[in-house]
Every structure is written in C-alpha cells, then in structure tokens.
Ligand binder design. Structure first.
Ligand SMILES: [Zn+2]
Length: 337
C-alpha cells in the first residue's frame, strides 16, 4: 500500500484523482499478486500505475474532444464496433497461426470440438495430465500472441516473448529466470501488455473474490464492492453505506481472525442488489444473538462492528462455529428509482 501510494503520488502529485488511482492500482496489483514472483511486485505496481494513469488521461482527453458534441444526438458510431470485431477476429487468426501445428490442433479439438483431455491423450499415447499441461501452455502462448497481434507490433527485443509467456502462464520461477521484473520496467511494449495478461482470471465479471490478510485488503474489498455496485445504479449514499459495511466486516477479519475472504456478487433479479459474504477461519463467536445486540462490546469489541453493519445493510445473517470460524452474509438492495 505505501509502495503503490508513493508510485502514484510521484506521477500525479496531489491530483484530485490520486486516491482513486491508488485504489485502482492497488486492486489490480493485489489481483495479480498470486501469479507474479514477489520480486516482480514493485515493477508490476509501477507499470500498472503508469497504465492506470495513462488511461485516465486518455479518458479526460476523449471527454474534452467530445465536449462540443453534447448536442449531437446521432447514435454512437456502430461501424467502429464492427471494425473492432473484425480486428479482434484477425488477431485471433494471427495468434493461432503462431502456434505449432500440434498445439493448435489439440487446442481446437478441446475448445471448439469439445474433446476431453482423456480422449485426446489416448489418441496420442499421452496422459490426460500431460495434455492438460500442454493446453495450459498453449493458452498462455495464445494470449501473448493475441495481444501482440492486436498491438500490430513485433516485440522490440528477443527477450519479450519469453517474459510475456512467463507472465501469461503465471509461472513465478520462469519470471525470475527471465528477469521479467527488470524487463517490464525497460520495455514499453511489455509494460503495456503485462496488464491485460495478468488481468485474466476474472472470468465472471459480476463476482469478485478478495483474499483478506492485511489492512490493504480492506481497501481492496471496499473498492471492489463500490465498483460492482455502481454498475447497478446505486446512489452515492448507498455506495458509501455498502462500502462502510464491507470495511467493517473486513476489518473484523483482519483483527480477530487474521485471514479470510470476501466475496462480492451482483444479484440480477428479480430484485437487483449486491450480496457480500465475509468468511473467516478465526475463533468464532460464542453467542451470535448477543453479539448482534446493540451495545454489545465484550469479546474485544467484535460485537461493535456487527450491529453497526447490520443497521447499514438490508439483510444480514451470521453463522459462527466456535473454533471453526464465522460467515457473515449481507445484502444491500438497489432502490429502483
Ligand atoms: Zn519487451
């Protein structure tokens, strides 16, 4: 957290958006951290901050350029979208062409024709595990080649592909071996591409998991809840209320359980809202009813957060097993205007 703050402040100073940029960078760095070598963390934070800041400038620039168009009532240009789709398609074709024939055929048989790894293995006299590993390597390579094709640029050095591949496959040892950390700081192309390569893993975009271990994770969880909820058109006040409840529950995990997880999920009907599940494997709460009662303050103050958070949310349930842990499930509904 102090590292990310220092990096962002060094670039934008006391810009009003600095806090948002710090949080945005932090969320991305935390999301990627399981897949990058610890020595890679700072360089990754630096290039991520750079990318986040650059996209903010681009966005501002676009808004300024479009300011005179506020009275233009024509629908947004659809031809642009068509162009985008055809660019993506040709990038996929180019990326596939870059794979070895064997890798390409296995990948297509699996992803397009739906053949499982066991039947693929029996065809080549291999094992299902070996085929699965081969598929993972092929996917990692395909992601790299796809992004390079979209950039329409050959990587500037012959170290780029090995670095990008190590990042794409999340192989921390390879990242150390090819010194990915120093390369992404010096290479502009790899600095740009490492972001989308590491951002994958969010397969579902209506659900976010945040592992909770330290204070920085509280910020990440709060930010993730805000981001998801803002898509549903929550009011500013409700966004703040939700973020506060998430902070309270996450803080409890850090303070009393040490580690846990927060899962934030959009509920899309019949009523729209956000559900938050905060789970830990801590000491548990001996008497939940008592802990939920207002003014409850024993157990080192754990009860303080619970009645407070319950008042902020529309639905609130606590399940706790002494010695095993606690799960809090809470929901905030979107006030449809
Ligand atoms: Zn490079």
């Amino acid at each position: 957290m102090p590292m990310v703050r220092r990096i962002v402040i060094a670039r934008v100073g006391r810009h009003p958006a600095a806090e948002d940029l710090i949080q945005e960078t932090l969320v991305r760095v935390l999301a990627a951290s399981p897949r990058i070598d610890p020595g890679m963390l700072e360089p990754y934070a630096i290039v991520t901050a750079r990318n986040v800041i650059a996209s903010m400038w681009r966005e501002n620039d676009r808004r300024e350029r479009n300011q005179h168009r506020v009275v233009d009532l024509r629908p947004p240009a659809a031809p642009g979208e068509e162009l985008l789709a055809s660019e993506e398609q040709s990038a996929v074709e180019q990326a596939l062409a870059r794979l070895s024939r064997r890798d390409r055929e296995t990948l297509l048989a699996h992803e397009v024709s739906g053949q499982d790894t066991r039947s693929l293995a029996s065809k080549t006299g291999s094992t299902a595990g070996a085929v699965a590993a081969q598929l993972n390597r092929t996917r990692a390579r395909l992601r790299v080649e796809y992004l390079l094709a979209l950039e329409q640029a050959e990587p500037p050095t012959d170290r780029c592909r090995p670095v990008l591949l190590a990042l794409s496959s999340g192989d921390r040892r390879r990242q150390r071996d090819v010194d990915a950390a120093s390369h992404v700081l010096r290479c502009e192309v790899c600095a740009r591409l490492c972001q989308p390569l590491m951002d994958r893993g969010h397969q579902r975009d209506d659900e976010v998991h945040v592992a909770i271990n330290c204070d920085a994770d509280i910020v990440a969880a709060r930010q993730a809840a805000r981001e998801l909820a803002s898509r549903l058109g929550f009011s500013r006040t409700d966004l703040t209320i939700l973020a506060t409840a998430v902070s309270e529950m996450t803080r409890n995990i850090v303070r009393f359980a040490g580690t846990g997880e927060v899962v934030i999920e959009l509920i899309d009907g019949p009523r729209r809202g956000v559900q938050v599940v905060a789970r830990d494997t801590g000491p548990g709460i001996p008497d939940v009813d008592k802990a939920l009662a207002d003014g409850y303050s024993t157990y080192d103050g754990l009860g303080l957060g619970l009645p407070g958070a319950r008042r902020l949310m529309d639905e609130f349930a606590v399940v706790s097993e002494p010695g095993r842990g606690t799960t809090v499930t809470m929901t905030k509904w979107c006030q449809e205007g």
